[in-house]
Design a protein around this ligand. Structure first.
Ligand code: OGA
Ligand code: MN
Length: 204
């Protein structure tokens, strides 16, 4: 995909540092990703999410109660390969048009079983400022309006509520916006990705 394929799509993000992009990823790709996610569940590939990093890393079920499985950027599984390709195109476009200097990416599947949540937080670690841009993709086709599970993001003018509908991508500056995931009445599947800005010392 060429950078031009994004056109003016990212203008709201350029202005506000936050944007919701319904239909960012094809329904067919989302179905493949969800099937790959289910296969990982069956293979025992998920573990309770941790908060913090390195020495400060710990499980804290008061803060979050989802399960995660880290993705491998070299995966040949069709859904994941298509996902990484699309995110790479997005990274290139954001760098080209907004000069964010993003030079890395990491992502995990997340499953929120019914009742699971992620309390109000920022995505940047206290001791590591690499996470720059958060990109959450949802994998739940036909998510019912009364099932809960919304992402609430606090913007200057008040909070925005995002339904976790398959194909929707939420993009925001990782250190800027407080957000939380509300409990749902059914399993909620997603991929959280972070575009990183690593300093040269770490890169080379
Ligand atoms: C996260 C997160 C939001 C969501 O993984 O850090 O805030 O809607 N996810 O899943
Ligand atoms: Mn978050």
């Amino acid at each position: 995909m060429t950078a031009d394929a994004f056109g003016t799509m990212l203008e709201p993000f350029a202005e506000n540092g936050f944007q919701v992009l319904p239909g960012f990823l094809d329904a067919a790709v989302c179905r493949m990703l969800d099937a790959e996610c289910e296969a990982l569940v069956a293979a025992g590939g998920f573990h309770p999410a941790a908060i913090g990093r390195a020495g400060g890393r710990r499980h804290d079920s008061v803060v979050r109660s989802d399960l995660v499985s880290w993705l491998d950027g070299a995966s040949h599984l069709p859904g994941q390969a298509a996902y990484f390709e699309r995110m790479e195109a997005l990274r290139a476009e954001v760098n080209r048009s907004l000069y964010l200097g993003l030079n890395g990416f990491e992502a995990h599947f997340a499953i929120y079983p019914p009742g699971a949540f992620y309390r109000r937080h920022l995505d940047r670690f206290r001791d590591d400022d690499a996470r720059t841009l958060t990109a959450v993709l949802y994998l739940n086709p036909g998510w019912p309006a009364d099932a809960g599970g919304q992402l609430q993001v606090e913007l200057d003018g008040g909070s925005v509520s995002v339904e976790p509908e398959a194909g929707t991508l939420v993009l925001f500056l990782s250190d800027r916006f407080w957000h939380q995931v509300l409990p749902a009445t059914r399993p909620r599947h997603s991929i959280t990705g972070w575009f990183l800005r690593r300093n040269a010392a770490l890169c080379w």
